[in-house]
Design a protein. Structure first.
Length: 93
C-alpha cells in the first residue's frame, strides 16, 4: 500500500494520531499491549509481530491492524524497520 492512501484510510477510520517511527536493527519489544487500536504500514525493512499464538513478518508495503489490549511482541532483524503508525483511542464515556 502507498503512504498517502494509507493515511487517507486512517483518517476516515477515526485514527487521529499518525506517527512515523523506527525500530533499530535487532530490536525486540517484549510482550505488551496498547491502550489504543493500531494500524501500521511498513515503509522500510521488516518487522515480525507475534500475537495470539501466531507470528507474521511484515515487509515494506505491508499493513496490519491490532485492537487495543491485544498482547504481542515486536521484533525486527538486522535491517531495522521504519513504519507509519495510526493510533485510535476509545471515546471517553
Amino acid at each position: 500500500m502507498e503512504r498517502t492512501a494509507f493515511e487517507t484510510e486512517l483518517h476516515k477510520q477515526g485514527y487521529a494520531e499518525v506517527v512515523d517511527r523506527r525500530m533499530e536493527a535487532n530490536t525486540l519489544n517484549p510482550e505488551h499491549a496498547h491502550e489504543f487500536d493500531a494500524r501500521l504500514l511498513v515503509l522500510e525493512g521488516a518487522m515480525t509481530i507475534t500475537a495470539e499464538g501466531s507470528e507474521r513478518t511484515y515487509r515494506a508495503g505491508d499493513t496490519f491492524a491490532m485492537n487495543a489490549g491485544c498482547r504481542h511482541t515486536e521484533r525486527c532483524g538486522p535491517e531495522g524497520a521504519r513504519y507509519l503508525a495510526g493510533r485510535r483511542y476509545a471515546a471517553k464515556a
